[in-house]
Design a binder for this molecule. Structure first.
Ligand code: 13P
Length: 262
């Protein structure tokens, strides 16, 4: 079920790193390292903290750069008494195109529920932005043999009531929680197995057409040294990179993985 041509998508999630001065420097450095051909071959999305979005977008526009601006999170409501939160409509006004939703750090540290994640997906798509929906199991889930149940349950819940058009344009990132920031990666085969089961689930709950169009990423300790193997898997269309995206040279090498494939 991996026959449709899907453009690879490499995303850098900076998490709570880089102030807006550092963001500008990182984007400039990355722009210097990547070529026009790289952007033809892959979509590159960058997800800085909220405070960096405006200056990042100004730089991207002024220098006509090909990076696609992303955010790390948003609130599901339009506006209101939610101190400290930012809504999808505010992000859209800043020319944000991709929004990470349901990251395991948000689920675990900030108590985001499956229901909120589902509402955020709706809010993001209402403003014509693309959700990058994160799903993944804990080490305990994995050891109990519950990986598929946990991951597919998160997928089913987040995609509930979405049209085929909505589903086909989304990105889902499979990020096993035990592999995030730990230096441990799922083996490429293992990641492929879970990701292909996500594609099958999308086919069942939405349609085969949506399943063959939706782009599926792997995330968790992705580096320049393991990207080629990860991207060689038939159902893996991209990666969501944390730590290694903070180093522009390393991230550029990840974006240029195709130059090192046989
Ligand atoms: P690391 O690449 O640092 O493991 O982080 C993965 C991640 O959480 C990306 O969203």
């Amino acid at each position: 079920m991996s026959n449709e041509v899907r453009k690879p998508i490499i995303s850098g999630n900076w998490k709570m790193n880089h102030n807006h001065f550092e963001a500008i420097q990182s984007i400039q450095k990355l722009a210097y390292l990547l070529t026009k051909e790289d952007f033809v071959a892959v979509d590159v999305t960058i997800h800085p903290p909220f405070t960096d979005l405006r200056s990042s977008q100004t730089l991207i526009d002024a220098d006509d750069l090909q990076f696609i601006l992303g955010a790390q999170h948003c609130h599901e409501a339009e506006s209101g008494a939610f101190t400290g939160e930012v809504s999808a409509q505010f992000l859209a006004k800043l020319n944000v195109h991709y929004v990470i939703v349901g990251h395991s750090e948000r689920r675990q540290l900030f108590g985001e529920t499956d229901e909120q994640v589902q509402q955020k997906v709706v809010a993001i798509q209402k403003y014509s932005m693309t959700p990058i929906l994160c799903v993944g199991e804990t080490l305990a889930d994995r050891e109990a043999g519950l990986t598929h149940e946990k991951v597919l349950g998160q997928v089913r819940s987040a995609l509930a009531k979405r049209s085929v058009e909505h589903v086909r344009s989304m990105v889902i990132a499979y990020e096993p929680i035990w592999a995030i920031g730990t230096g441990k990666t799922a083996t490429a085969d293992d990641a492929q197995r879970v990701i292909s089961s996500i594609r099958e689930e999308v086919s069942k709950i939405s349609s085969p057409m949506a399943a063959s169009a939706i782009r599926l990423q792997y995330g968790g300790s992705v580096k320049a040294s393991n990207i080629v193997q990860i991207m060689s898997q038939p159902d893996i269309d991209g990666v969501l990179v944390g730590g290694a995206s903070l180093d522009s040279a390393e991230f550029a090498r990840i974006c240029q993985y195709r130059l090192r494939t046989a």
